[in-house]
Design a protein. Structure first.
Length: 276
């Protein structure tokens, strides 16, 4: 009896141990499978993140390489200009010596009447305000201004767009040889690259006022005039001289620029025929 009970107990114990072993083995197997799956998912996730990071880095690098440098719109282009030894190759129409004198004299009158714009930034703004040209040659009464450009400019890119801009708005232009002389004529303390002469001007301030105002006005006039010439300038006199200079600029454009535009300039013909 006792032995049979012992056998039964042993069998139960063995079945129980076997069952525990199976459960333990099953749990270990399931745990390993789950761990492997988790590792695969984690690896795939990390690879995806890595690919996204690489893509982001490449995108930012490409953007930085192609993005233009920030432009300081408050900077004056005149500050970057220096005087060149030679005139820019596109300095046409170029005023002759006689016309140079007329230009500088008219600019001094315009400065006294406050009828000029000075510098690249100011002149460009004034030109763009003028209506676009409808084509054809305009009379002096229809022209909104006259632009004078210095030819001894470096870098030349600063003034390269002015001829096209002037032609788009129907504004005659002339080149002069000296940026320094242009600045002196415009009554500025430094050399000037571009000056725009308007047809209308303001009358000089009245002579009445306090003695201090009179002295200040006198000093200002003396500084502007320099040599003391043209102390009394009437708007009518200025306008007549301005119209005359506009006609000169238009004639010079016809003589010097138009042949290039039409492709009939002697240098163009020589290049086309190979110098024959």
């Amino acid at each position: 009896m006792g032995s049979s009970k012992d056998v039964v107990k042993k069998e139960k114990k063995d079945r129980k141990e076997e069952k525990l072993k199976k459960e333990k083995k099953r749990s270990e197997t399931d745990g390993i499978t789950k761990e492997k799956k988790d590792k695969k998912k984690e690896k795939a996730k990390q690879e995806k993140i890595a690919r996204l990071v690489d893509t982001q880095i490449l995108t930012e690098a490409a953007t930085q390489a192609t993005a233009p440098e920030p432009v300081d719109t408050s900077a004056d282009p005149e500050d970057s200009i220096t005087t060149a030894e030679n005139l820019v190759p596109f300095a046409i129409p170029l005023a002759d010596d006689k016309v140079h004198k007329k230009i500088y004299k008219l600019i001094k009158k315009g400065a006294k009447l406050k009828s000029i714009h000075r510098g690249v930034k100011e002149c460009e703004k004034a030109i763009k305000k003028a209506p676009l040209s409808k084509g054809g040659k305009s009379s002096s009464s229809d022209v909104p201004g006259l632009v004078i450009i210095a030819g001894d400019i470096s870098p030349m890119d600063v003034i390269l767009h002015f001829p096209i801009l002037c032609e788009e708005h129907g504004i005659p232009y002339l080149y002069v040889k000296s940026r320094a002389d242009l600045g002196v004529a415009a009554c500025t303390k430094r050399a000037t690259s571009v000056v725009m002469l308007k047809p209308e001007g303001k009358k000089p301030a009245a002579s009445s006022g306090s003695s201090s105002n009179k002295k200040e006005k006198k000093d200002e006039d003396a500084e502007m005039e320099g040599t003391g010439e043209d102390k009394k300038v009437s708007p009518e006199e200025y306008l007549e001289s301005w119209k005359e200079l506009v006609k000169t600029a238009q004639k010079q454009w016809t003589a010097q620029v138009e042949p290039w535009v039409k492709g009939i300039h002697p240098l163009q013909i020589a290049a086309a025929t190979g110098g024959r």
